[in-house]
Ligand binder design. Structure first.
Ligand SMILES: C[C@@]1(CC(=O)O)c2cc3[nH]c(cc4nc(cc5[nH]c(cc(n2)[C@H]1CCC(=O)O)[C@@](C)(CC(=O)O)[C@@H]5CCC(=O)O)C(CC(=O)O)=C4CCC(=O)O)c(CCC(=O)O)c3CC(=O)O
Ligand SMILES: NC(=O)C1=CN([C@@H]2O[C@H](COP(=O)(O)OP(=O)(O)OC[C@H]3O[C@@H](n4cnc5c(N)ncnc54)[C@H](O)[C@@H]3O)[C@@H](O)[C@H]2O)C=CC1
Length: 279
């Protein structure tokens, strides 16, 4: 009997047998698989319907979920929560009326069908109702988070740090949520202060690059990727954060071959300025 607790239940499938037969003898060269983690993604809710159930005040869980949704630009949130509402939720309803529809009542099964949400979050203090909602959602294949009940969650929330375009989520995979927040704070403290500007500038540079080299063949893409990778590796966060629009254009003038270093670019800029004034 194999003593592998992580092995999936049931007989091997055609796919798993096929995987075994593909072992080419280089197994020790490949990174090991460590099951038991989470699939961490960067979900883009956009206008897809999302259902949030609960609006309580004790631990502010629904209020925090709502803020996460709004920060992710979700625009089709339905909130099912009888009064009283947490004051932060009331404030968000007032400031984001186009993105949130509030029904001041208890959950109804029809909330899962009319329309079916792409995501369901519950933050309520009634475990029996929580598990009924989760059973209905599971039957309808709706990914669900039941705050406080890991066994009923298809996905967990994590401790999140946000700075402009940068977002970092720490998960302890259910082991220590409070520790996740502490680790998040330590990571945030260790980040350079200009990191958000550096990332935003790289975003601008990448868009400019696609403007001057819009090709979509495999080699166009590889060339753009190699150039951007070199810029990101060779320039420091500080240099990237300080990059002006004109410097970006100068840097891109070397595309696809030269990736000018920060010092060379500054020197080229001075030379350009000098030659301009000598005209
Ligand atoms: C599984 C998970 C499911 C989910 O909710 O998604 C879950 C479950 C449970 N939380 C419990 C307790 C606490 N949760 C917090 C705080 C947070 N909890 C969050 C996520 C998660 N909590 C998911 C796992 C994430 C991971 O492990 O990485 C954070 C990170 C994100 C967020 O919720 O937004 C947010 C901090 C965010 C921030 O600060 O920014 C605090 C601390 C505090 O409130 O200050 C406490 C008290 C201290 C303690 O217990 O550690 C209990 C026990 C209840 C009991 O004892 O009865 C359970 C149930 C259980 O473990 O069985
Ligand atoms: N991150 C986490 O995982 C954490 C989870 N929790 C848990 O999350 C849950 C919610 O906590 P709080 O936000 O403090 O809220 P709360 O406990 O103050 O209020 C519960 C809310 O649920 C609503 N509610 C109850 N039954 C409902 C139903 N059938 N339909 C719609 N709404 C219903 C109530 O009207 C109220 O707004 C609690 O069980 C709490 O223990 C608490 C701390 C951390």
């Amino acid at each position: 009997m194999p003593d592998d607790d992580d092995a999936p239940d049931g007989p091997p499938t055609a796919a798993s047998q096929n995987e075994e037969s593909k072992d080419d003898g280089n197994a020790e060269e490949y990174p090991p698989i460590t099951p038991g983690g989470s699939l961490m993604l960067a979900w883009q809710p956009r206008d897809r319907p999302i259902l949030l159930v609960g609006g309580g005040s004790r631990m502010q869980v629904a209020a925090s979920r709502l803020d996460h949704l709004l920060n992710a630009s979700a625009t089709a949130i339905t909130l099912i929560a009888p009064p009283p509402l947490h004051p932060l939720i009331a404030h968000r309803l007032a400031t984001h009326p186009a993105s949130i529809v509030h029904h001041p009542r208890l959950f109804l099964p029809s909330d899962l069908t009319d329309p079916p949400p792409s995501l369901l979050l519950t933050a309520i203090d009634d475990p029996a109702v929580s598990s009924t909602i989760q059973l209905l959602a599971r039957a309808a294949n709706i990914p669900t988070n039941v705050a406080d009940v890991p066994g009923l969650c298809d996905f967990y929330f994590g401790a999140i740090h946000r700075s402009g375009p940068l977002q970092i989520m720490v998960s302890t995979n259910g082991n220590g949520p409070r520790l996740a927040a502490t680790i998040r704070d330590r990571i945030a403290e260790s980040l350079p202060s200009n990191i958000a500007t550096a990332i935003a500038n790289v975003g601008i540079l990448r868009r400019k690059l696609r403007g001057i080299a819009p090709g979509n063949t495999g080699s166009d893409i590889s060339q753009r990727m190699a150039f951007m990778s070199r810029v990101c590796d060779e320039w420091s966060f500080e240099q990237l954060a300080g990059m002006t629009d004109g410097e970006m254009d100068l840097l891109l003038a070397g595309y696809p071959d030269a990736v000018t270093s920060y010092d060379d670019l500054r020197r080229a800029k001075v030379e350009l300025l000098l030659s301009d004034t000598s005209l």
